[in-house]
Write a protein that binds this ligand. Structure first.
Ligand code: PLA
Length: 399
């Protein structure tokens, strides 16, 4: 007898399906503005020099069995310093539970699983809109999702008043997912002043802030500036949860290197939480791949490699910023009747263009230009050689 006849096709992933469509397009003009993967000005993926140098440094030191505790705790400690600042007291006092994770997705999933186990009645408040996979991750952890206002379609900026209302109206001690910088998909971030107000209201409501830091360094080009929101919450005394990914900012997509950190009131609580996180990962995948962790901890703990990484981050962030202004200028030169200021006001990997699904569809059909149907443009897909073709196509479908 058959076993699996009743298994239907899973829903197509809104981001990955764009890449599939792009890959099967044979047109020489095709452009992929879908998945948020960095590309250089020749449209090629980049292996950072700091990664190449890191590889040389670790060549041959691979561990046969799973990662030794010292390497993984080195990765966690360096990652935590990156996010919260190397002088943060809680790090010296061991008041945090930190474990490496399978990149950003794995860190979010691990936290969602932990949240369900220890707050089984809780919900997760996700911004409207957010990274599409956030909904899948907390759903699969059986933590029901709620939403809070974030993006303002008319102004193409932050809907701050509505956001604050939703934070105020949520039940006390609710869990909120926050993008600390380079919001995906909108590229709209609160100002420093607005983050301070959000942090204050979180204190009043005793909400739990869970930061998903997937793009540290891509918004401003500076690691510390991009962690400002988290530093504000830290200064205000919040106990924070944070998922970190080295996929984009170190170009380690396939190595799946990330970190989950949960701040605690004391070292005792930290030891208990860390043991629970390891208990969960043991049953999920035992331990993560070793190579990426070795690479990241080597780069972060070698002052020369870390400085090189910071320079290369700036190069990537600057190129994306240049493409924003070039595309903006090109659209203006074409006499586009629309206001495209949001293209340069927004930050990070993505531009939330405001294109409708129909317009996105026309870009695919008539111009072989691919992006997600919410109109999100991964700016790293724009290059000096395709930007005028892209501007012309956008103008054609929007004039
Ligand atoms: C906000 C956010 N969190 C976590 C991740 C997870 O990345 P990782 O597991 O590879 O570390 C992404 C990646 N989002 C991408 C860049 C790629 C994707 O959808 O997987 C995107 O195109 O939105 C993200 O945008």
């Amino acid at each position: 007898i058959d076993w699996w006849d009743h298994v239907g096709h899973a829903p197509k992933d809104p981001i990955m399906s764009v890449t599939e469509a792009f890959l099967s397009d044979t047109s020489p003009n095709k452009i992929n503005l879908g998945v948020g993967a960095y590309r250089d000005d020749d449209g090629r993926p980049v292996v950072l020099q700091c990664v190449r140098d890191g590889e040389v440094k670790i060549a041959g030191t691979e561990f046969l069995e799973s990662v030794s505790a010292s390497v993984s705790s080195k990765l966690v400690e360096e990652s935590v310093k990156l996010i919260y600042g190397k002088e943060a007291d809680f790090i010296k006092e061991g008041r945090f539970a930190g474990v490496q994770a399978l990149s950003g997705t794995g860190a979010c999933r691990l936290f969602a699983e932990f949240q369900r186990r220890f707050y089984p009645q809780s919900r997760i408040y996700l911004p409207i809109p957010t990274w599409s996979n956030h909904h899948n991750i907390w759903r699969d952890a059986q933590v029901p999702g709620r939403t809070f206002h974030y993006y303002h379609p008319d102004s193409k900026g932050l809907h701050f008043a509505a956001l604050m209302d939703d934070i105020k109206n949520a039940p006390d001690r609710s869990f909120f997912l926050l993008h600390p910088c380079a919001h995906n998909p909108t590229g709209v971030d609160p100002t420093e002043e607005q983050w301070r107000e959000i942090s204050n209201l979180f204190k009043v409501k005793n909400h739990f802030p869970f930061f998903d830091m997937a793009y540290q360094g891509f918004a401003s080009g500076d690691l510390d500036k991009d962690a400002k929101a988290i530093r504000i919450f830290l200064e205000d005394g919040h106990l924070i949860g944070c998922a970190q990914s080295f996929a984009k900012n170190m170009g380690l997509y396939g190595h799946r290197v990330g970190c989950l950190s949960v701040l605690c009131v004391d070292a005792k609580q930290a030891v208990a939480i860390k043991s629970q996180l390891q208990h969960i990962t043991r049953a999920m995948y035992s331990s993560p791949p070793v190579h990426g962790i070795l690479l990241v901890s080597t780069i972060l703990s070698d002052p020369h490699l870390k400085e090189l990484w910071k320079k290369e981050l700036k190069v990537m962030a600057n190129r994306i910023h240049r493409m924003r202004s070039t595309l903006h200028e090109s659209l203006k030169k074409l006499g586009s009747p629309l206001n495209w200021d949001h293209m340069t006001n927004q930050v990070g990997m993505f531009c939330f263009s405001g294109l409708s699904p129909d317009q996105v569809n026309r870009l695919v059909k008539e111009f072989h230009i691919y992006m997600t149907y919410d109109g999100r443009i991964s700016m790293a897909g724009v290059t000096t050689s395709n930007v005028s073709y892209l501007a012309n196509a956008i103008h054609e479908v929007t004039k």
